[in-house]
Design a binder for this molecule. Structure first.
Ligand code: NAD
Length: 503
């Protein structure tokens, strides 16, 4: 059977690539090449952006009532076919099906939030702000907007942005990761079925050429990027230098602090769930557990006992944990395990020799646990993005907070304790954007906003929630005086070059 060649999606239809560059898409559980994805040429960028530009005037003027009806239709379709999308995600990313279904559900929350756009877009009105003068604020869409997403959430991350962008009247170009292009194409078809006009939702497949094309294109008004920190910084700097509004979410190193009074069984369960879920390929994964006081041995023992019970394998066959996304990712993660061992950390559970229940040549590394990790070791300083959990030991709460605040990332963190005062202090003192108290992966609900601090986010706006609505709209304030012929004499007339004052 020949390998299918994917396309872009523009103006409601497949658009074949015009370039000669392609990338292989693989099933990470088997190593099999399942498709070839076109890597956009600059003329592909032009064609897809042109489709978004052409659709904008009519979509911008489509009533909010109609726009919302289409969003509701999209929601209903996605609810009835979410298992299909989960299977598309697992086939290219490798995460287990239940995890892929969870990703779809979290993306769907943003669609549901965007269904309330008529309320969210209401402006303000002040009657008689100055004598006979009224003031109204309105928010309007930007135009064609770009969404550039990473491999680890093929559906949810684009869905952090596009429901809100579309509901507020923008047209969208999604540039998915070239490792997982099919989810975005699947969503494009679903939008068409939901009745979205052609050209409002488009997909541009590709790599750096596609990203650079979007960052510099004069018709692209904003860029929402999610990916690794070096690329996020580059996207922010390049996009803003080209006059665009940019939000660029970057990488992470998330700590879980366990205080001596915590329920250690709960903490151990959650460290395992948050460390190894999605094979650690989550920007909110816990990768460093900070054991405070004398609980280190006990906590490591409880985490290790749970870690060795996990079944690694094909995500469609009931495994707890799937493969890494590519052979390169597998080799990179194994390399970090080698480095941790060489640096003197204690390797408690070694995932390099895993026997996955998958057969074939998948990209597997099993759950790996290190104890006695030092802050100078690469397994601590770098974002590994794999199933490697590190335990660090400190004596006091203050040392734990200092350690987190010294880290260049600030995406998520969690504290496990039964002491409300300590938890309250932690949420106040820690320099991180998203905080969990006895909650290991504190991803905010859609009506709050998602985003980290420091090297985990470049730009001012976090994703979704009211910050998302603001990001995809710009404000106008209208000051109005209507002539009332019956009271003409009361109007200020005559010439006065002074700056207008309100009274
Ligand atoms: P990545 O940075 O390699 O790729 C992200 C996107 O940028 C992809 O669409 C890719 O095609 C493009 N890209 C890659 N290199 C580029 C370059 N040199 N110039 C221009 N564009 C380029 O990230 P990834 O490996 O796909 O995803 C994993 C990373 O994403 C991790 O660092 C993870 O923490 C981060 N992430 C962050 C969040 C968050 O909310 N902060 C969420 C998910 C993932």
């Amino acid at each position: 059977m020949s390998t299918p060649t994917l396309t872009h999606w523009a103006a409601g239809a497949e658009l074949p690539g015009t370039g000669d560059r392609f990338a292989d898409v693989t099933n990470p559980a088997t190593g099999e090449v399942t498709a070839r994805v076109p890597l956009a040429s600059s003329s592909d960028v032009e064609a897809v952006v042109a489709a978004a530009k052409a659709a904008f005037p009519e979509w911008r003027d489509t009533s909010l009532a109609r726009r919302t009806q289409i969003l509701f239709a999209f929601r209903e379709l996605l609810n009835s076919r979410s298992a299909e999308l989960a299977a598309v995600i697992t086939a290219e990313h490798g995460k287990v099906l239940a995890d892929a279904a969870g990703e779809v559900a979290r993306g769907q929350e943003v669609v549901e939030f965007a269904c309330g756009m008529p309320h969210l877009l209401k402006g303000g009105h002040t009657e008689n702000a100055s004598t006979g003068v009224d003031v109204t604020s309105i928010r309007q869409p930007l135009g064609p907007v770009a969404i550039i997403s990473p491999f680890n959430f093929p559906a949810m991350v684009p869905m952090w942005f596009f429901p809100i962008a579309i509901a507020t009247g923008n047209t969208v170009v999604v540039k998915p990761s070239e490792k997982v292009p099919s989810a975005a194409l699947w969503l494009a078809r679903l939008w068409r079925e939901a009745g979205l006009p052609d050209g409002v939702f488009n997909v541009l497949n590709g790599d750096k050429v596609a990203v650079d094309g979007l960052l510099t294109h004069p018709d692209v008004r904003s860029v929402s990027f999610v990916g690794s920190t070096p690329v996020a910084r580059y996207v922010y700097e390049t996009g803003t230098a080209h006059g665009k509004r940019v939000q660029a979410l970057g990488g992470a190193k998330n700590h879980m602090v366990v205080l001596p009074d915590a329920d250690l069984d709960l903490a151990a369960d959650q460290a395992v769930n948050a460390g190894y879920g999605s094979a650690g390929e989550r920007c909110m994964a816990i990768s460093a557990v900070v054991a405070v006081g004398g609980i280190g041995d006990d906590l490591v023992d409880r985490i290790a006992k749970r870690t060795v019970t996990l079944r690694t394998g094909d995500g469609t066959r009931g495994a707890d944990m799937g493969p890494l996304v590519t052979a390169a990712a597998r080799d990179r993660v194994s390399g970090y395990v080698d480095a941790g061992e060489a640096a003197g950390a204690t390797l408690v559970v070694d995932g390099r020799q895993v026997s996955p229940d998958a057969g074939g040549a998948g990209f597997f590394v099993g759950p790996t646990l290190f104890d006695h990790v030092g802050t100078d070791m690469s397994i601590y300083t770098d974002e590994i993005f794999g199933p490697v959990l590190s335990i660090l030991r400190v004596d006091t709460y203050d040392e734990a907070v200092a350690l987190i605040n010294a880290n260049p990332y600030g995406n998520g963190t969690a504290i496990f304790t039964n002491d409300g005062g300590a938890a309250r202090r932690f949420q106040n003192e820690v320099e991180v954007g998203m905080i969990g108290v006895n909650v290991p992966v504190p991803v905010p609900m859609a009506y709050y906003s998602f985003g980290g601090w420091k090297n985990s986010l470049f730009g001012d706006s976090h994703a979704h929630g009211t910050e998302g609505v603001h990001f995809f709209t710009r404000g106008k304030v209208v000051t109005t005086r209507w002539l009332d012929p019956a009271r003409r004499a009361e109007l200020p007339g005559g010439l006065n070059l002074g700056f207008p004052r309100n009274d």
